[in-house]
Design a binder for this molecule. Structure first.
Ligand SMILES: [Cu+2]
Length: 125
């Protein structure tokens, strides 16, 4: 009885671990989460041209992702999408940037069909 109880005590955290691995972990990993970016959040960059590169934790469908750059007034500015260096990356080129505050809006479609989105504020000197 004592041995059985001890075994049960030891088993409980394992069950919790398995439930986490089977339930939440694969779903969370399948979503496209931004791992790092250029520009980084609140970065100060030099213009007038800027190479934009967003790195995700998983493969994304680049054809169905969107990237929008807006200036301080909220006006969208042209972006030229570049061929990504990896399937987990979104690359673009912005040109003619004058000093000021900008916001990069991204939306990514992961291979599991889920969409994630975010914003990266930055400044051009
Ligand atoms: Cu997902």
């Amino acid at each position: 009885m004592t041995a059985g109880r001890r075994l049960l005590k030891h088993r409980t955290p394992l069950v919790v671990c398995f439930a986490f691995l089977l339930g939440s972990a694969p779903k969370a990993l399948a979503h496209a989460i931004l791992v790092r970016s250029t520009p980084a959040q609140h970065a100060v960059e030099h213009g007038p041209s800027l190479s934009i590169s967003l790195h995700y934790n998983s493969r994304i469908d680049a054809r169905r992702c969107s990237l929008t750059l807006t200036n301080a007034a909220g006006k969208p500015l042209p972006l030229v999408l570049q061929t990504p260096a990896s399937p987990a990356e979104l690359d673009a080129l912005a040109q003619g940037l004058t000093p000021g505050a900008y916001m990069l809006h991204w939306q990514a479609l992961a291979t599991d069909g889920h969409i994630t989105r975010g914003e990266i504020p930055f400044t051009v000197q």
